[in-house]
Design a protein around this ligand. Structure first.
Ligand SMILES: C[S@@+](CC[C@H](N)C(=O)[O-])C[C@H]1O[C@@H](n2cnc3c(N)ncnc32)[C@H](O)[C@@H]1O
Length: 71
């Protein structure tokens, strides 16, 4: 799919864990725009893999959808 190859297909990594799902989506050419994870140890590991810069939107049941980037 051309859209995926260009990296223009974006996703939010809800219930991110340590990012197994993200790895698969990124390997398919998709781009992650942020993640949501409540477990601090999972977040710590996730950041080891994917960096410190991205925003953790926290508890997905409390996210204001107007606050989310386009994906
Ligand atoms: C099965 S694991 C994640 C697996 C991960 N998506 C993957 O592909 O490897 C589920 C995760 O959801 C997180 N979680 C549970 N309730 C949540 C909530 N309300 N908001 C954000 N994360 C939540 C847990 O802390 C746990 O790390």
């Amino acid at each position: 799919m051309e859209q995926q190859k260009s990296g223009s297909l974006k996703f939010m990594d809800f219930c991110a864990g340590i990012g197994g799902g993200r790895l698969g989506l990124e390997n398919s050419g998709m781009r992650c725009v942020g993640f949501s994870e409540i477990d601090k140890n999972a977040e710590k590991t996730y950041r080891e893999f994917f960096g410190e810069e991205e925003r953790n939107y926290g508890d997905l049941t409390k996210i204001d959808t107007n606050d989310l980037p386009d994906f």
